[in-house]
Design a protein around this ligand. Sequence first.
Ligand code: PTJ
Length: 249
Amino acid sequence: METDVPRDHPRYQSLLTRHRIEEGVDRGITSRQGLIAEGRGEAFDYLLGEQTIPSADEAERAAAAQLLLAEHAVLSVNGNVAALVPGEMVELADAIGADLEVNLFNRTDERMRAIADYLVAHGATEVKGLAADARIPGLSHERGKVDADGIYDADVVLVPLEDGDRAEALADLGKTEIVVDLNPMSRSPQTAAIPVVDNILRAVPNVTAHARDLADASREELRAVVDAFDREAALEAAERRIRTGTLEN
Ligand code: PTJ
């Protein structure tokens, strides 16, 4: 299906994204609500200029440093993330030694299994989330299910395209949260220690590239990268870009 889109089409990336999300729904990976989330994301991406703005690149470097510093990092995968960047998530998990855990807003056993299988087909050796033997306090039964040796145990969690409620509940559990979301005004990036305002398609490979670049850095150097990142300034820069089209500070 992806080959139907000519590479020189001016909206190649956007059309490719739509195809992947549609295919995700057909495969039983992505929820129908995921189609709506995709449309919302696209509108913000259009206003960001469909590019990784400098503040997002800084956030992606800080995210890489924070993931490398983690005792136990977990990358959370939902139906949109699985459809859009399955191989890239596996690569990032390998680059930083993190676990992958399927964690769904609209949880069904079928979708959990389909996503885990899809990640394995893209090179994952282990996918957490199916045990569901721990709970995130403050969320309803299905939405609060996590693995005791996965997200529940993690000190750093990457939660892309997350709903605000769950992002807040995870932060309340004391996790250092890295959020990827194209809307800087949404509650999840507002809650995150490191908000990455960028398309997941660009963000994940760029975090991996930064992690490879920082692979030999000392803990002090990694800490310095995290400390130098200013979350408020990054959120403001993204909002300014969206509202005014300018990139200057
Ligand atoms: O698979 P599930 O059941 O876990 O459900 C996943 C969705 C995404 C449907 C669920 O978490 C949801 O409803 O999320 P929201 O509240 O629509 O929030 C999704 C956020 O992701 C919005 O702020 C979008 O702007 C943003 N977004 C959408 N597509 C992208 C994106 N951010 C980064 N990259 C994208 N490609």
